[in-house]
Structures are given as C-alpha cells and as structure tokens.
Design a protein around this ligand. Structure first.
Ligand code: CTP
Length: 405
C-alpha cells in the first residue's frame, strides 16, 4: 500500500475557534505516518495549547517564544521553512491573511512563510461579515494570484457566532485530501485550463417512488477523481447519482438519479469537456414500467419485466472529437484485463481502468482501490493498492504522460 510515511507537513495555526479542528488534522496526519511540525501564533494559544499540539504531533510545538532559539544553530523560521514539503495555514485568520497579502513578517508563522518555498495551503475561517468584508476579499484575491498559494474552503454552515453563512473552515478530512494532493503534485497545476467531466455514483432505476434497482456504488472513486482534478487546477463538472460523502466547494455538481438523467447530463456537458471520465456504476436494465404511486405489496408482480438502458459511454465514444479524451471504468471479477480491453475497443475509449472489485481493499465503498490502467496505444500500468485519491492522481498522470491530455 502506498503511504505518506515520512512526508513532511508544517502546520501554522492561527487564532480562531476552528483551531480545535486542526488538532484532529494533526492526529490524522500522524496516524498516516506523516511527520508533522506545528507553529502556533500568540492568538492561537488562546484557543489550544502548545501541549495539545506537542502531544498530537509527537514533536515540540513552535511558538513565538522559541522564535529566537535556533535549531541546529540556524534560525527556527529558516530551518522550518526548508524542512516543510507542504505548509498548511489553518485556521487562516483575517489578520494573518492581511499580513501575507502585504508580505509582513512580525511573528514566527509569517516569517516562516517568507522563508519557505513549498506550496502553501490556506484554510480560512472567520465570521461571514469578516469573510465578506471588502478588505478581506481584496487580500484573499491578491494572495491567490501567487501560484504558491492553494485554497481549501471556506464553506458555508453554522458558525461559532451562531450565524449560518460563508466562512466556516473546511473540514479536517477535506484539508487532508488537499494536503495529499499537494504532496503528490508538489503544487503543480498541470490540469489548469482543462475542463474535466466526471460521472460517479450508482444510478437507480425506480419501479415506483420507493423501490428501485440499484448497485452498491458509493461514488467515492469519482469524488476522488473530481478532487484530484480540481486540486490540479482543472474546471470540474461532476455528474453524480446518489453518493456517500460531501461534494467539496469549487466544482460544478449535477445531481441525477436514473441512467436516463445521467445520459442527459453527460450529453449536455460533453461538448465543452477536454477529458471525460465515466466512473459511474450505471444500471444496465430498468423496470419496463414505472408506477407513479407506491405499489401495495399485493400488487407487486411476481416477476419483473426489464428493458435495457442506453450505454452512455458507448454513445460518448461515438460523439468524441479528436481533441477529447474518454476514459471508462471496467468493474470486473476474475480476469480483469480481457473484458476491459474489449470495452476499451467496443466503446472507442482512449483509456480504461480495469478494476478488480472482488479484491479486499478495492471496489465499491472502499476508501482504497487497485487497478490496471490500459490505453488505446497498448500502454498498461498496474496500480498496487492505494487510496482512491492516490489512484485518481495516478490516472491523471497516466493519461497526461501518454500525451493524450
Ligand atoms: N456504462 C455506461 N452506461 C451503461 C453501462 C455502463 O456508460 N449503461 C459505462 C460505465 O460507467 C463504465 C463502462 O461503461 O465506465 C463499463 O461499465 P461495465 O458495467 O463494466 O460494463 P458494461 O458495458 O455494462 O458490460 P458488462 O456489464 O456486460 O460487463
């Protein structure tokens, strides 16, 4: 299994109530084998203590008190700045944001920002009025013009000030996916300018309003693809049948239920897309008739007449233009390569992910996956068990490196 063992993540904690959620982030990173160092601003220490952070990261927390106590005879901000592979600022306060926008450095955290060159992930958190203040928005937009800075959130929700609105820090799990992407890409946005259309989830073919034919897909693989593409700079449209999990801010999400609705949505967004990945588990058949009202048990038929639904991917394969790339999935058991190659050819795909759904650590509902990538030029790459996000990155690497993206 691919791991993040010994990767180096520096966390700069600002003075906001969301600082308590950063404790969970540090704990998750540590459990994944990541080496974590953390800096607390003076204001952050009003919310959580250096002892909390030291305990969770298994390393002494850095504060302005140790600013002038050199590590290995070198200043702390230089040493930490050179050490970090990714620097996460969470929660990012209006005050620190303003300092960064103007290049000010009056504490350990802001000095370390200036003394480092790794990608910086910003996770703002503040009250809605503060977040929407003209000065804050100006500073935010200003900062994002620097390619070094990457954003996660903020999202909308219930805030500590009892308001419901924008300004809530992204959840630790969401921040974690951005960190994982930055560790993979080193901060490169190699999909910037690309429009990527992804389908995910399991379609449902209803017999009546409360009964349907479905499958166990949770949509996690497609969500991971959408996140990875977005983190690499693409404009993402996600057409999703019912899924488990949050759709992150920053992408266009189109909810559908049936294969017919998915087909319609895919055909709508297909012409503008450069790369299309069909990760959805689409039904192959549907009940021949639909009852508008719930059928009483005694009226349920003993056998269910079925009819086929259109093969969306095959249809897209026929419509595909030379500048477009089309990637499918083949969920298989047993021999996965032979049927996947047949699907690659029959549906006129550029690449296919042969997915052994009968293996532990792969397939429906799992957070992990494994696969063999195959493309129309005869290239083949085996992906050992890894997280779905990691596999998403490998897939984009695969289609880009073959000169097709
Ligand atoms: N697919 C689709 N529309 C369908 C069925 C499948 O677009 N009605 C897509 C899936 O999203 C996937 C690919 O086709 O990307 C392969 O799906 P899979 O279910 O593995 O193959 P099928 O073509 O349905 O063949 P079979 O079920 O016989 O293996």
């Amino acid at each position: 299994m691919q791991t993040l063992r010994d990767r180096r993540v520096l966390i700069g904690i600002g003075g906001g109530i969301a600082a308590y959620k950063v404790c969970e982030l540090i704990s998750s990173l540590f459990k994944m084998g990541v080496e974590v160092r953390a800096i607390l601003t003076q204001a952050a220490r009003e919310f959580i203590t250096p002892l909390t952070v030291t305990t969770l990261s298994r390393h002494p927390a850095y504060t302005d008190r140790v600013f002038w106590q050199p590590i290995h005879h070198r200043p702390v901000h230089i040493e930490l700045g050179e050490w970090a592979e990714v620097f996460v600022l969470a929660p990012l306060t209006a005050n620190t944001l303003a300092k960064l926008a103007y290049g000010l450095a009056d504490n350990l955290l802001t000095n370390t920002v200036l003394a480092s060159s790794c990608p910086i992930l910003l996770a703002p958190a503040m009250n809605t009025e503060m977040w929407e203040a003209q000065s804050v928005q100006r500073n935010w937009q200003q900062l994002l013009t620097d390619p070094r800075y990457h954003a996660v959130g903020p999202s909308a929700g219930l805030l500590a000030c009892d308001r419901i609105g924008a300004g809530r820090m992204a959840e630790p799990a969401e921040i974690l996916t951005s960190i994982q992407s930055l560790l993979h890409t080193g901060g490169k946005r190699d999909l910037a300018g690309k429009r990527i259309l992804i389908s995910t989830g399991g379609t449902r073919e209803h017999l009546d309003p409360v009964r349907f034919l479905g499958n166990p897909s949770t949509g996690k693989m497609g969500l991971a693809l959408a996140r990875a593409a977005m983190h690499r700079g693409a404009a993402v449209t996600l057409v999703h049948a019912p899924i488990t999990g949050e759709i992150p801010t920053g992408m266009r999400a189109i909810p559908v239920v049936s294969a017919a609705q998915m087909r319609e949505a895919m055909l709508t967004y297909f012409p503008e897309a450069d790369l299309i990945v069909m990760a959805a588990a689409v039904a192959d058949v549907k009940p021949a008739e639909y009852a508008e009202q719930k059928l009483p048990k005694k009226l349920l038929p003993p056998t269910l007449p079925l009819e086929p639904v259109p093969d969306i991917l095959a249809e897209l394969g026929h419509l595909k233009q030379p500048h477009q790339q089309l990637v499918g999935f083949a969920a298989q058991t047993g021999d996965i390569v032979t049927p996947a190659l047949q699907k690659l050819n029959n549906k006129k795909l550029d690449a296919i992910v042969a997915n052994p759904v009968d293996q532990a650590n792969a397939g429906f509902g799992s957070d992990n996956n494994q696969a063999i990538f195959l493309d129309a030029r005869g290239n083949q790459q085996t992906i050992e068990p890894c997280s779905k996000l990691q596999m998403a990155h490998y897939l984009f690497d695969f289609v880009s490196s073959k000169g097709q993206s």
